[in-house]
Design a binder for this molecule. Sequence first.
Ligand SMILES: [Zn+2]
Length: 86
Amino acid sequence: MTKVQTTHHLNQAIEALMTRQDTCPLHNFEVVEKDFPMRFVCSKCGAEVDGFEMFWYTKGIEHGIKLFSHFGPTGGNECVTPNENL
Ligand SMILES: [Zn+2]
């Protein structure tokens, strides 16, 4: 296999991994390395993150829940007409 072919196969593998990780409905990260900076792997898609990335991923979920509970599913970015049938 030539260097160009190897690079092409690597690029395809990386693209497939990124697609699988991007389409994961909700990561289920499990600790795989407890030493700093720690490593986590999603049991569903295989995404791997370090402790810093895990912190911000978790923080993003927390903020998303707060936005959803305060503003509803649009996050306050759209005018929502109240459902009069409720
Ligand atoms: Zn995942």
